[in-house]
Design a protein around this ligand. Structure first.
Ligand code: C2E
Ligand code: MG
Ligand code: MG
Length: 394
């Protein structure tokens, strides 16, 4: 196993010393700094899979500035952030981390628990060495628009379905269709690596069409087997600019004798940022034709409230960044609780995504959330595995 390097930057020398000892005690290589400027002077190339434990509050160059500089560098270390300030400061630092596309291991309030740091580092190094050999290379592959277009036309896309269950009873209420690319060389590629390419290169129209057709075919087969489930499909901003969409969709459903209210279209808040008049027209007609609409990743976009007011959504999906933390973070819990109340007041079904453990599911039950989706219930799975999963639940 390679020796993970852990960089430390904190202006308190005693802290740096203490942390170095912890790092070395678990067999990792520590490099400590009490000034961020010295860190940047001395380290030009980061070690592979390195970690940086970073104090946010430092007099000369603070942690936020360090993050900004790291974002422009190659192969930046994964971060453990520390701050003596309130939880709000750590939360915004986490958001910044995400915006800079830096990997965050954890953010910790002071006083620090050394035991926690030890655990986090152990987990991270174990994971890094396990992934090293088999990780999909999607990070490094460069997807070209023409390659993606070919893949769509050659049916190299596949759909995995993730079950959604009623929080109160555990019964299956529906599934979300999530697209993947079964690449002949690189293996299974996740949508975060290619949806963006499709959106920026005029391919999202054909991609969405492919997904919807596949879902409709699937739904038809399920219906024949007597397994009628609601399917949610993600659509992009670009998809709701075509005025003919509602007619095309309802014709497709009609041709296949499918009930339109079995199909839920998930739209993110940011998708509604553009031409609101056109998208409102389209979304309203979709509702009139009986399809359902869900607002996805709720709480992460802008002007959520006014959109909820204007668009006839039937479902609200609380973003996983809040859901995942409700059992450890009071602020996240308050946000989830408020989203549930808001959704219910507006007569919407409320779905929590990113449910990763029993405790979170239990909290959601106490808060009165309707539906849960997440790894604790099931990962997204291929169609035959879904059928198996459903059988075990009956
Ligand atoms: P999303 O619609 O918010 O989908 C939820 C994502 O969270 C999925 O990632 C799912 O695998 C993941 N997830 C589910 N449960 C858990 C959990 O318990 N913990 C964690 N950490 N993650 C969980 P996936 O499949 O990689 O999809 C990522 C995003 O790509 C989706 O986010 C959606 O915005 C987009 N996407 C997926 N399929 C399509 C598609 O057919 N068309 C379009 N336009 N976008 C798609
Ligand atoms: Mg979704
Ligand atoms: Mg989501």
């Amino acid at each position: 196993m390679s020796h993970t390097t852990v960089y430390l930057i904190d202006d308190e020398p005693e802290m740096v010393e203490l942390l170095s000892e912890v790092v070395e005690m678990i067999g990792l290589n520590a490099q400590a700094f009490i000034q961020a400027s010295v860190f940047f002077e001395q380290i030009e190339v980061f070690a592979e899979n390195s970690v940086l434990i970073l104090d946010l509050n430092m007099p000369e160059m603070d942690g936020i500035e360090v993050m900004r500089r790291l974002a422009g560098m190659n192969n930046p270390p994964a971060l453990i952030l520390m701050s003596g300030h309130d939880a709000g400061v750590l939360h915004s630092a986490e958001k910044l981390c995400e915006a800079h596309k830096l990997e965050l291991i954890a953010s910790l309030g002071k006083p620090l628990s050394l035991d926690r740091i030890r655990k986090l580092l152990n987990q991270y190094t174990n994971r890094a060495s396990a992934e090293g050999s088999q990780k999909v290379t999607s990070n490094n592959i460069n997807i070209t628009p023409s390659e993606l277009e070919k893949a769509i036309n050659n049916n190299e896309l596949v759909i995995h379905y993730q079950p959604q269950v009623a929080v109160a009873t555990g019964m299956l209420t529906g599934v979300e269709a999530l697209v993947r690319w079964q690449h002949p060389v690189h293996g299974l590629i996740y949508p975060n690596y290619f949806i963006d390419v499709a959106e920026k290169n005029g391919l999202i129209g054909i991609l969405t069409q492919w997904v919807i057709r596949a879902v409709v075919n699937q739904e038809k087969q399920w219906q024949e087997k007597g397994m009628a489930v609601t399917v949610s499909v993600n659509i992009s901003a670009e998809n709701i600019t075509s005025l003919a969409l509602p007619e095309q969709l309802s014709k497709l459903l009609e041709d296949n004798k499918l009930d339109p209210n079995r199909l839920v279209l998930e739209v993110t808040e940011s998708a509604l940022m553009g031409e609101l008049v056109t998208s409102l027209d389209i979304l309203t007609r979709l509702r009139l034709k009986g399809l359902k609409l869900s607002i996805d990743d709720f709480g992460t976009g802008y002007s959520s409230l006014s959109q909820l007011h204007k668009v006839p959504f039937t479902e609200l999906k609380i973003d996983q960044s809040f859901v995942g933390k409700i059992s450890v973070d009071d602020e996240a819990r308050a946000i989830v609780k408020t989203c549930i109340m808001l959704g219910h007041e507006l007569d919407m079904k409320v779905v929590a995504e990113g449910v990763e453990d029993k405790e979170t599911l239990e909290q959601l039950r106490l808060l009165g959330c309707d539906v849960a989706q997440g790894y604790f219930i099931s990962r997204p799975v291929a169609e035959n595995d879904l059928v198996e999963w459903v059988k075990t639940r009956l």
